[in-house]
Design a protein around this ligand. Structure first.
Ligand code: P6P
Length: 348
């Protein structure tokens, strides 16, 4: 298929034809996410020129200061999806409780989870930031509008993805049939297919983690990172370190080039920093659809059913071989193997 000039909307409609039962609402919802993120792109690209940088003075539910662009991005989603008829409930990192859009609930079939602007700390220094989204079917009957509707496992997602605001704006999504990337052409205001059927390399050469947390790392994390730094050309080590400090940027590099991103639990924050519903789970869906893996260290991210809306989880995500290696450290298999080898050397 000639993929030249395929817009996001046309690609979604082509994908939709593969699902005869599809009603087009998901296609329209994804196209609306495209609209919201075009508006955010415009604000991000002009941030230095208009009075939109800096903080609002507010603190969000996580105790983090809210940047003015965070608030703008969140409000953009509220504006785009209000009266859209598509989404009955919006759940955002920037909102303590779900936002119901009653005008949509008669026909809105979906619940939208999103981190409107991830990586805020990079905004004021012109760094790469992003938006992450996750789409679930809304529940009907008594379950509608209850915690049961919001506390969903990643495996129930209908679609998920992210938009990365870097040198270019790129939207990457999956609806369960592979992962596809679209680059925004600002001259026509369209997302055009640029990365069809993204597959993550089986293994990479980089690890991505905040090394400043080393003093509070738990033993498996220290042992894994020390292992990746050891020289052993037979196993492709040492790995290089790459860390932007914005999840979307670090994940996107890992998705395209391979390797592993980690935000593990540590002795200060056993559940780590990243949130399950609108950060870890959507990226886990993308990673798995591209042939990668996403775990807490001992559990598949997509299997976790949250008990709290803004629940955090440890996240290890990336190439299947690199994540499998990491799991050996968190499940203790690697430690036992290395001890066995030491013992066998001593008795040799
Ligand atoms: P740290 C950004 O604030 C964020 O939520 C993610 O985008 C990013 O991966 C992480 O926090 C960075 O956290 O502790 O390394 O600054």
């Amino acid at each position: 298929m000639n993929t030249k000039g395929i817009t996001l909307t046309r690609h979604i409609l082509l994908e939709q034809r593969a699902h005869p039962s599809a009603t087009g609402e998901l296609s329209t919802l994804l196209a609306q996410i495209g609209l919201a993120t075009k508006l955010i792109t415009r604000a991000v690209n002009r941030a230095g020129l208009v009075d939109i940088l800096g903080v609002t003075g507010a603190v969000n539910v996580h105790g983090e200061e809210v940047k003015r662009l965070d608030e703008y991005a969140n409000q953009t989603f509220l504006n785009v999806f209000g009266h859209s008829g598509l989404v009955c409930t919006l759940i955002s990192e920037e909102m303590e409780v779900p936002r119901h859009l009653p005008e949509n609930c008669s026909q809105g079939k979906y619940t939208l989870f999103f981190d409107p602007l991830d990586g805020s700390s990079n905004i004021d220094v012109n760094g790469t930031i992003g938006t992450i989204f996750s789409i679930h079917h809304r529940l009907n009957g008594d379950a509608h509008g209850t915690k049961q509707e919001w506390l969903r496992s990643g495996s129930e997602q209908v679609a998920a993805g992210y938009v990365i605001y870097g040198p270019g704006t790129l939207l990457v999504y999956t609806a369960g049939k592979g992962v596809h990337g679209f680059t925004l052409d600002p001259s026509i205001g369209e997302f055009l297919l640029s990365h069809e059927n993204i597959r993550i390399p089986a293994r990479g050469k980089t690890y991505s983690i905040n090394e400043g947390n080393y003093p509070v790392w738990q033993t498996p994390t220290r042992s894994l990172i020390d292992y990746l730094k050891e020289k052993d050309s037979g196993t492709g080590r040492p790995y290089s370190s790459r860390y932007v400090g914005a999840l979307v940027a670090d994940f996107h590099r890992t998705l395209l080039q391979g390797g592993i991103f980690l935000y593990p639990g540590d002795m200060k924050n056993p559940q780590g920093k990243l949130r399950l519903l609108y950060e870890a789970a959507p990226l886990a869906f993308v990673a798995e659809q591209a042939g990668g893996r996403a775990v807490t260290g001992t559990e598949r991210i997509m299997d976790i059913r949250p008990t709290e809306l803004h629940q955090r989880v440890p996240l290890l995500i990336g190439s299947p071989e690199d994540v499998a290696l990491a799991e050996e450290f968190y499940t203790g298999r690697k430690k036992r193997d290395r001890e066995r080898r030491k013992t066998s050397h001593r008795t040799d």
